[in-house]
Design a binder for this molecule. Sequence first.
Ligand code: ADP
Length: 538
Amino acid sequence: MKGLMMNTPLTVRMILERARLYYGSNEIVTRVDGGYHRYRYSDFYDRVVKLAAALRKMGVGKGDRVATFAWNTFRHLELYFAVPCLGAVIHTLNIRLSPEQLAYIANHAEDKVLFYDAMFSPAIERLRPYLNTVKQYVVLDDAAATDKDLAYEQLLAAQQDDFEWPDLDENDAAGLCYTSGTTGHPKGVLYSHRSIYLHTLTCAMADCMGITEEDVCMPIVPMFHANAWGLPYTCAMIGAKQVMPGQFMQPGEILKAIVEEGVTITAGVPTIWLGVMQVLEQSQVDLSRLKKIIIGGSAVPEAMMRYFDSKYGIPVIQAWGMTETSPLGSIAKLKQHMRSWDYERQLAIRLKQGIPAPGIEVRAVDESGRQVPWDGKTLGELQVRGPWVASAYYNTTERAEAFQDGWFSTGDVVTIDSEGYITICDRTKDLIKSGGEWISSVDMENALMGHPKIKEAAVIAVAHEKWVERPLACVVLKAGETLTDEEVIEYLRGRFASWWLPDAVEFIQEIPKTSVGKFDKKVLRERFKNYRLPERKK
Ligand code: ADP
C-alpha cells in the first residue's frame, strides 16, 4: 500500500521562494574593494528573477550547462539560484586549475554560457580559443560590455520583473562540479534538485552544521569547490545572513570580515586556518561573536583544535565529505554520554571525522570486499550511499568501478569505531605500504604539526628495496626555527609503532597545495621519487 502524502518536487526554487517570503529583510553581504556590498534577500530575489529572464532570452533552456568562473560574491549566489530554477545546470569552474584542465572540463561539460569575474579576464582570454561550446561570455562585476562579451549589470538592467518559472522534476539536473582528478581526467558530479534540497535540509540540522536564522555565516570555502559545502543553499533556506569574502581570501582579510560583520559560523579547509592562526598569534582580534568553525576537506590538525579551544573557546567542528557526496558525509559531534568525559578524551572523538549525517549510510570493506568490523582498529575502504551521493560520473566510463551494488567507493581508508565514528587514516593512493603492512600518513602529519616549531608536514611513501615503501616526512619549519631530523623522529617516537617512524626527514620551504588548498602529495611524491633513504636506525 502506498502512502497518501503529496509528492511535492523538492527543488532549489523552494529554497529561493522561502528566502523571499520569510527572510526578505535579512542581509547578504559581499566584501568588495574598499568595503562591502550589501543588500537583502528581497533584492536578491528580484535580481535572480531578472537573471533567469536574461538567461532564457540568451537561449538557455532545460539541461543547458552554464559555467561560472568566480569568487564567492552576491552575483555568484544569484547564479547559484537563477540557473537551476530555470531548469539549467550551474557548472562551477575551479579558478585555480590549469588552462588545459579547464578547457577539458568546459568542453566535456559542453558549457553554453560562461560568467566570469572581471579580474579573470586575462585567464578567460587564454582559454577562449579552446572552449568549443561556449556561445556567450558574460563579465560579472560592474564592468561594461565589450564587443565580445555581455556585462552582467547591463544584462539585468534590461530585464522586466515578470518571469514565469518552469515546472521542474526534482530529479532534473541542477548543478555540476568536477573533482580535481588526481588520476585520469577530472570527473563530473551532476547534482539534482532533490539531492541539493535534501542535502540543504540536513546541513542545517542542529547536529550537523547547526545553522539558524540568527546566524551570520561566512563560507570561506569557495563556491567552485563542492558547492561551498552547501552553505549558500543552507543559509538561504533558513534565512541566515551570508557574508561572502569575494577575492579577499587572505587570513587578515578573512578576520577583518569576521569581526566587522559579526560572523557566527564560518567554514573552510585547514590550510586557511593555519594562515589565520599565524595572524592571530601576532595580533589581538575580538572573535567573541564567532560560535564555531567548521573545518573539513583534510584532517583537522590536533594543534588547531586545541588552539581555538584554549585561546578563544571556539569549537572547531570537523566534517568529512567529497564532491561526490555534495559534500556533507559525516560530522564529528560529541554524544550526550561523552559530555562528562575529560577534555583529552573528548578531543580524541572530535578529531575523528564523525558519524554519518542522517541519510548517509557507510561501511568499510577490505581488499576482498568484505566488511571490516566497527572496532576502531581495522582499516578498510569507506563506502557510502545516500540521496546526495553520486550514482555515476557524468558522461564517462572512467572509474565506473567506484559505483557498485549501490555503494560509492570513496578511496578513503578508514576505521569505524563501535559508536559509528569514522577516522580517515589515509587515501588509498597515499597509504604507505611497508612490508605488506599499511602505514597511514594522516596521524603522523597531525602529530608533526603539533610540534611548536613545525608549520606544515606531509608524510609520503618513497620506494624501498626491502620494504617496498617507507615513509619520508616533509617538514616546513615556522619562520626562524631550526630542527634536526633526529629531533623530528624523536618527537614521534613513543607516539607511533617504531616501524611507522619516518626513515628520513626533508626540510622544505612549502608543502605544495592542490587547487582547493589541500596538501598535494602527488607533487611531493614526484619530487622525491628517486629519494635514497638512509639505512634505518632501530
Ligand atoms: P579532491 O579529490 O580534489 O580533494 P574533494 O574535495 O572531493 O576533492 O575531496 C574529498 C576528499 O577529501 C575525501 O575523499 C577525503 O580524502 C578528503 N577529506 C575531506 N574531508 C576530510 C576530513 N575532515 N579529514 C580528512 N580528509 C578529508
